[in-house]
Design a protein around this ligand. Structure first.
Ligand SMILES: [Zn+2]
Length: 332
Protein backbone atom coordinates (compact mmCIF):
# COMPACT_ATOMS: atom_id res chain seq x y z
CA UNK A 1 0.00 0.00 0.00
CA UNK A 2 2.67 2.45 1.05
CA UNK A 3 4.75 1.46 -1.96
CA UNK A 4 1.85 2.23 -4.18
CA UNK A 5 1.47 5.69 -2.66
CA UNK A 6 5.19 6.32 -2.95
CA UNK A 7 5.08 5.37 -6.59
CA UNK A 8 2.13 7.65 -7.15
CA UNK A 9 3.99 10.45 -5.45
CA UNK A 10 7.09 9.92 -7.51
CA UNK A 11 4.97 9.99 -10.63
CA UNK A 12 3.45 13.23 -9.45
CA UNK A 13 6.87 14.82 -9.17
CA UNK A 14 7.90 13.60 -12.61
CA UNK A 15 4.66 14.82 -14.05
CA UNK A 16 4.99 18.05 -12.16
CA UNK A 17 8.37 18.91 -13.58
CA UNK A 18 7.17 18.00 -17.02
CA UNK A 19 4.23 20.25 -16.47
CA UNK A 20 6.43 23.20 -15.67
CA UNK A 21 8.41 22.99 -18.85
CA UNK A 22 5.45 21.97 -20.87
CA UNK A 23 5.34 25.10 -22.95
CA UNK A 24 4.00 25.18 -26.43
CA UNK A 25 7.45 25.35 -27.99
CA UNK A 26 8.51 22.23 -26.13
CA UNK A 27 5.51 20.39 -27.39
CA UNK A 28 5.99 21.66 -30.91
CA UNK A 29 9.69 20.72 -30.75
CA UNK A 30 9.00 17.09 -30.04
CA UNK A 31 7.37 15.97 -33.20
CA UNK A 32 6.99 12.27 -32.75
CA UNK A 33 7.21 11.50 -29.06
CA UNK A 34 4.47 12.09 -26.59
CA UNK A 35 5.76 13.04 -23.19
CA UNK A 36 4.62 11.28 -20.08
CA UNK A 37 2.99 14.47 -18.92
CA UNK A 38 1.05 14.65 -22.13
CA UNK A 39 -0.28 11.18 -21.64
CA UNK A 40 -1.33 11.86 -18.06
CA UNK A 41 -2.92 15.13 -19.02
CA UNK A 42 -4.86 13.56 -21.84
CA UNK A 43 -6.03 10.80 -19.53
CA UNK A 44 -7.36 13.42 -17.13
CA UNK A 45 -9.15 15.12 -19.96
CA UNK A 46 -10.60 11.82 -21.03
CA UNK A 47 -12.04 11.39 -17.55
CA UNK A 48 -13.70 14.79 -17.66
CA UNK A 49 -14.93 14.06 -21.12
CA UNK A 50 -16.26 10.64 -20.21
CA UNK A 51 -18.18 12.17 -17.31
CA UNK A 52 -19.70 14.77 -19.58
CA UNK A 53 -20.63 12.22 -22.21
CA UNK A 54 -22.12 9.83 -19.67
CA UNK A 55 -24.23 12.57 -18.17
CA UNK A 56 -25.34 13.77 -21.58
CA UNK A 57 -23.89 17.19 -20.95
CA UNK A 58 -22.64 19.02 -24.01
CA UNK A 59 -19.63 20.74 -22.56
CA UNK A 60 -17.04 22.73 -24.45
CA UNK A 61 -14.86 19.62 -24.47
CA UNK A 62 -17.55 17.48 -26.01
CA UNK A 63 -18.08 20.12 -28.66
CA UNK A 64 -14.37 20.18 -29.34
CA UNK A 65 -14.28 16.41 -29.53
CA UNK A 66 -17.12 16.40 -32.02
CA UNK A 67 -15.47 18.98 -34.22
CA UNK A 68 -12.10 17.28 -33.84
CA UNK A 69 -13.61 14.14 -35.30
CA UNK A 70 -14.86 16.08 -38.31
CA UNK A 71 -11.58 17.91 -38.73
CA UNK A 72 -9.57 14.70 -38.59
CA UNK A 73 -11.90 13.07 -41.07
CA UNK A 74 -11.44 15.95 -43.50
CA UNK A 75 -7.72 16.46 -43.06
CA UNK A 76 -6.75 12.80 -43.02
CA UNK A 77 -7.88 12.50 -46.61
CA UNK A 78 -5.06 14.81 -47.63
CA UNK A 79 -2.42 12.51 -46.21
CA UNK A 80 -1.36 8.97 -46.50
CA UNK A 81 0.33 7.23 -43.62
CA UNK A 82 3.57 5.41 -44.27
CA UNK A 83 4.76 2.84 -41.76
CA UNK A 84 8.39 1.83 -42.20
CA UNK A 85 10.05 -1.46 -41.23
CA UNK A 86 10.79 -0.41 -37.66
CA UNK A 87 7.26 0.77 -37.13
CA UNK A 88 7.75 4.53 -37.37
CA UNK A 89 4.70 6.17 -38.80
CA UNK A 90 4.89 9.17 -41.03
CA UNK A 91 2.11 11.20 -42.55
CA UNK A 92 2.88 12.24 -46.08
CA UNK A 93 0.87 14.77 -47.97
CA UNK A 94 -1.24 12.93 -50.47
CA UNK A 95 -0.44 14.50 -53.81
CA UNK A 96 -2.29 11.97 -55.89
CA UNK A 97 -5.79 13.03 -56.69
CA UNK A 98 -8.39 10.33 -56.61
CA UNK A 99 -8.74 8.91 -60.08
CA UNK A 100 -12.00 9.73 -61.75
CA UNK A 101 -14.23 6.67 -61.95
CA UNK A 102 -15.12 5.41 -65.41
CA UNK A 103 -18.18 7.42 -66.33
CA UNK A 104 -19.70 9.24 -69.26
CA UNK A 105 -18.72 12.93 -69.32
CA UNK A 106 -19.84 14.37 -72.66
CA UNK A 107 -18.91 18.05 -72.98
CA UNK A 108 -19.48 18.59 -69.28
CA UNK A 109 -17.31 18.92 -66.18
CA UNK A 110 -17.73 16.13 -63.70
CA UNK A 111 -18.71 17.56 -60.33
CA UNK A 112 -19.67 14.54 -58.27
CA UNK A 113 -19.51 10.77 -58.68
CA UNK A 114 -20.92 8.73 -55.84
CA UNK A 115 -22.09 5.17 -55.25
CA UNK A 116 -25.60 4.47 -54.09
CA UNK A 117 -25.02 1.41 -51.95
CA UNK A 118 -27.48 0.49 -49.20
CA UNK A 119 -26.59 1.92 -45.79
CA UNK A 120 -26.53 -0.70 -43.03
CA UNK A 121 -29.28 0.47 -40.75
CA UNK A 122 -28.26 -1.31 -37.59
CA UNK A 123 -27.74 -4.73 -36.07
CA UNK A 124 -31.39 -5.47 -35.37
CA UNK A 125 -32.44 -4.59 -38.92
CA UNK A 126 -29.67 -6.76 -40.28
CA UNK A 127 -30.83 -9.71 -38.18
CA UNK A 128 -34.42 -9.21 -39.22
CA UNK A 129 -33.50 -9.13 -42.87
CA UNK A 130 -31.65 -12.46 -42.79
CA UNK A 131 -33.35 -14.86 -45.15
CA UNK A 132 -36.07 -12.46 -46.18
CA UNK A 133 -36.66 -10.47 -49.30
CA UNK A 134 -38.15 -7.11 -50.03
CA UNK A 135 -36.67 -5.36 -47.00
CA UNK A 136 -36.83 -1.62 -47.50
CA UNK A 137 -33.22 -0.57 -47.89
CA UNK A 138 -31.88 2.83 -46.96
CA UNK A 139 -29.80 4.45 -49.68
CA UNK A 140 -27.69 7.63 -49.75
CA UNK A 141 -29.77 8.91 -52.67
CA UNK A 142 -33.27 10.01 -51.70
CA UNK A 143 -35.99 10.62 -54.26
CA UNK A 144 -39.12 12.65 -53.75
CA UNK A 145 -42.05 11.88 -56.04
CA UNK A 146 -45.26 13.71 -56.70
CA UNK A 147 -47.24 10.46 -56.76
CA UNK A 148 -46.42 7.05 -55.39
CA UNK A 149 -44.07 5.75 -58.09
CA UNK A 150 -44.34 2.43 -59.87
CA UNK A 151 -40.60 2.00 -59.42
CA UNK A 152 -38.67 3.43 -56.50
CA UNK A 153 -35.56 4.57 -58.35
CA UNK A 154 -33.38 4.39 -55.25
CA UNK A 155 -33.67 0.60 -55.36
CA UNK A 156 -32.16 0.38 -58.85
CA UNK A 157 -29.58 3.16 -59.06
CA UNK A 158 -26.08 1.99 -58.09
CA UNK A 159 -24.10 5.09 -58.97
CA UNK A 160 -24.89 8.68 -59.81
CA UNK A 161 -23.02 11.53 -61.45
CA UNK A 162 -23.52 15.29 -61.40
CA UNK A 163 -22.09 17.15 -64.41
CA UNK A 164 -22.21 20.83 -65.29
CA UNK A 165 -21.21 23.10 -68.17
CA UNK A 166 -19.83 26.64 -68.14
CA UNK A 167 -23.32 28.10 -68.50
CA UNK A 168 -24.48 26.48 -65.29
CA UNK A 169 -26.57 23.73 -66.86
CA UNK A 170 -26.56 20.66 -64.69
CA UNK A 171 -26.95 17.03 -65.71
CA UNK A 172 -27.76 14.27 -63.28
CA UNK A 173 -26.99 10.74 -64.48
CA UNK A 174 -28.33 7.66 -62.76
CA UNK A 175 -26.37 4.46 -63.44
CA UNK A 176 -28.48 1.34 -63.38
CA UNK A 177 -27.08 -2.18 -63.83
CA UNK A 178 -28.67 -4.68 -66.20
CA UNK A 179 -31.30 -6.73 -64.44
CA UNK A 180 -31.94 -8.98 -67.44
CA UNK A 181 -31.07 -12.18 -65.57
CA UNK A 182 -32.59 -11.13 -62.26
CA UNK A 183 -35.03 -13.41 -60.45
CA UNK A 184 -36.66 -10.40 -58.77
CA UNK A 185 -39.94 -9.65 -60.46
CA UNK A 186 -39.66 -5.89 -60.00
CA UNK A 187 -36.12 -5.76 -61.31
CA UNK A 188 -37.19 -7.61 -64.43
CA UNK A 189 -40.12 -5.23 -64.85
CA UNK A 190 -37.85 -2.25 -64.41
CA UNK A 191 -35.44 -3.64 -66.97
CA UNK A 192 -38.32 -4.08 -69.43
CA UNK A 193 -39.49 -0.55 -68.77
CA UNK A 194 -36.05 0.85 -69.59
CA UNK A 195 -35.88 -1.16 -72.80
CA UNK A 196 -39.25 0.26 -73.84
CA UNK A 197 -38.19 3.82 -72.98
CA UNK A 198 -34.95 3.37 -74.96
CA UNK A 199 -36.93 2.20 -78.00
CA UNK A 200 -39.41 5.03 -77.44
CA UNK A 201 -42.36 2.66 -77.09
CA UNK A 202 -43.00 3.84 -73.55
CA UNK A 203 -43.32 7.31 -71.98
CA UNK A 204 -40.80 8.34 -69.34
CA UNK A 205 -43.08 9.19 -66.38
CA UNK A 206 -42.21 5.93 -64.60
CA UNK A 207 -38.62 7.05 -64.23
CA UNK A 208 -39.35 10.66 -63.33
CA UNK A 209 -39.23 12.30 -59.91
CA UNK A 210 -39.56 15.72 -58.28
CA UNK A 211 -36.40 16.05 -56.22
CA UNK A 212 -33.37 14.09 -55.23
CA UNK A 213 -31.14 14.79 -52.31
CA UNK A 214 -28.12 13.23 -50.72
CA UNK A 215 -25.25 13.90 -48.34
CA UNK A 216 -21.86 13.40 -49.94
CA UNK A 217 -19.86 10.47 -48.60
CA UNK A 218 -16.70 9.01 -50.13
CA UNK A 219 -17.60 10.70 -53.37
CA UNK A 220 -15.31 11.74 -56.18
CA UNK A 221 -15.14 15.52 -56.62
CA UNK A 222 -16.47 16.74 -53.27
CA UNK A 223 -15.58 16.38 -49.63
CA UNK A 224 -17.75 14.42 -47.24
CA UNK A 225 -20.90 15.52 -45.47
CA UNK A 226 -22.17 18.14 -47.86
CA UNK A 227 -25.86 18.36 -48.46
CA UNK A 228 -27.13 18.39 -52.05
CA UNK A 229 -30.60 18.81 -53.43
CA UNK A 230 -31.68 18.91 -57.07
CA UNK A 231 -35.01 19.53 -58.70
CA UNK A 232 -35.74 17.52 -61.83
CA UNK A 233 -36.50 19.75 -64.80
CA UNK A 234 -36.87 17.04 -67.40
CA UNK A 235 -35.80 13.59 -68.39
CA UNK A 236 -33.13 14.08 -71.07
CA UNK A 237 -31.95 10.75 -72.46
CA UNK A 238 -31.23 7.12 -71.87
CA UNK A 239 -28.06 5.41 -73.09
CA UNK A 240 -25.68 2.57 -72.44
CA UNK A 241 -22.27 3.11 -70.91
CA UNK A 242 -19.73 0.51 -69.76
CA UNK A 243 -22.34 -2.15 -69.11
CA UNK A 244 -24.78 0.14 -67.30
CA UNK A 245 -27.91 1.86 -68.44
CA UNK A 246 -27.64 5.59 -67.81
CA UNK A 247 -30.73 7.70 -67.15
CA UNK A 248 -29.83 11.33 -67.71
CA UNK A 249 -31.85 14.31 -66.46
CA UNK A 250 -31.66 18.08 -66.60
CA UNK A 251 -31.75 19.33 -63.03
CA UNK A 252 -31.55 22.53 -60.99
CA UNK A 253 -29.45 22.83 -57.88
CA UNK A 254 -31.31 23.87 -54.74
CA UNK A 255 -29.66 25.25 -51.61
CA UNK A 256 -26.05 26.14 -50.92
CA UNK A 257 -24.62 22.62 -50.44
CA UNK A 258 -23.41 23.53 -46.99
CA UNK A 259 -21.41 21.09 -44.98
CA UNK A 260 -23.74 19.60 -42.42
CA UNK A 261 -21.00 19.68 -39.81
CA UNK A 262 -20.53 23.41 -40.29
CA UNK A 263 -22.77 24.37 -37.41
CA UNK A 264 -20.67 22.24 -35.07
CA UNK A 265 -17.45 23.97 -35.98
CA UNK A 266 -15.49 24.96 -32.94
CA UNK A 267 -13.79 28.30 -33.52
CA UNK A 268 -10.97 27.82 -31.04
CA UNK A 269 -10.11 24.41 -32.41
CA UNK A 270 -10.15 25.63 -36.01
CA UNK A 271 -8.10 28.73 -35.18
CA UNK A 272 -5.55 26.67 -33.33
CA UNK A 273 -5.37 24.23 -36.17
CA UNK A 274 -4.89 27.03 -38.68
CA UNK A 275 -2.12 28.57 -36.59
CA UNK A 276 -0.57 25.17 -35.91
CA UNK A 277 -0.35 26.01 -32.22
CA UNK A 278 -2.48 23.13 -31.13
CA UNK A 279 -0.45 20.13 -30.08
CA UNK A 280 -0.64 17.72 -27.20
CA UNK A 281 -1.76 19.31 -23.99
CA UNK A 282 -3.01 22.38 -25.76
CA UNK A 283 -5.92 20.33 -26.97
CA UNK A 284 -7.62 21.05 -23.69
CA UNK A 285 -9.53 24.03 -24.92
CA UNK A 286 -12.21 23.28 -22.40
CA UNK A 287 -12.88 24.86 -19.08
CA UNK A 288 -9.38 25.24 -17.69
CA UNK A 289 -8.31 28.50 -19.21
CA UNK A 290 -10.41 30.74 -17.02
CA UNK A 291 -9.62 28.88 -13.81
CA UNK A 292 -7.16 30.35 -11.34
CA UNK A 293 -5.82 28.21 -8.55
CA UNK A 294 -3.99 28.96 -5.38
CA UNK A 295 -1.79 26.55 -3.53
CA UNK A 296 -3.84 24.81 -0.89
CA UNK A 297 -0.80 24.83 1.45
CA UNK A 298 0.70 28.30 1.22
CA UNK A 299 -1.87 30.19 -0.84
CA UNK A 300 0.47 31.36 -3.59
CA UNK A 301 -1.08 31.44 -7.05
CA UNK A 302 -0.25 28.43 -9.19
CA UNK A 303 0.42 29.75 -12.66
CA UNK A 304 0.20 26.44 -14.45
CA UNK A 305 -3.26 25.00 -14.25
CA UNK A 306 -1.84 21.64 -15.21
CA UNK A 307 0.36 21.55 -12.09
CA UNK A 308 -2.61 22.27 -9.90
CA UNK A 309 -4.69 19.51 -11.40
CA UNK A 310 -1.97 16.87 -11.39
CA UNK A 311 -1.22 17.37 -7.72
CA UNK A 312 -4.91 17.59 -6.89
CA UNK A 313 -5.57 14.30 -8.60
CA UNK A 314 -2.50 12.48 -7.34
CA UNK A 315 -2.26 13.60 -3.70
CA UNK A 316 -5.68 15.10 -3.23
CA UNK A 317 -4.44 18.67 -2.78
CA UNK A 318 -3.60 21.29 -5.37
CA UNK A 319 -0.23 22.65 -4.27
CA UNK A 320 2.72 24.59 -5.60
CA UNK A 321 6.10 23.08 -6.34
CA UNK A 322 7.77 24.42 -3.18
CA UNK A 323 5.09 22.88 -0.99
CA UNK A 324 5.19 19.65 -2.96
CA UNK A 325 8.92 19.29 -2.23
CA UNK A 326 8.34 19.97 1.46
CA UNK A 327 5.64 17.36 1.85
CA UNK A 328 6.62 14.24 3.77
CA UNK A 329 5.71 11.20 1.77
CA UNK A 330 4.86 9.28 4.93
CA UNK A 331 2.09 11.72 5.79
CA UNK A 332 0.19 11.35 2.58
ZN1 LIG B 1 2.50 26.28 -1.77
Amino acid sequence: MLNKIKKKFRNAIIAFSYGLKNTETDILGQKTTISEANVIDQKMQMNNLADALLNGVVTEEVKVLRDRTYLISDESKKYKVIIDTIGTTKAVKNMVKLNMPKIYTGDYNVEIVMDNNPIPSGVIDAFQSVGTHGIANIYPLKFTYEYIPKFKLEDYVRKFVVRSDSEGNIKLDLYVPKFTDSFERLEKLFDNELTKIASKTSKTFNIEFDFIDFVSDKAYGVDDLRKYKFKMVKFAEIFEFDGSTVLSYDVLSIGDNEKITEKYKNKKLRDNYENKTSRGTKLNLGNQESEKHNCEECGVEIKNDYDYRITKQTIGKGICQECLLKIDVKNI
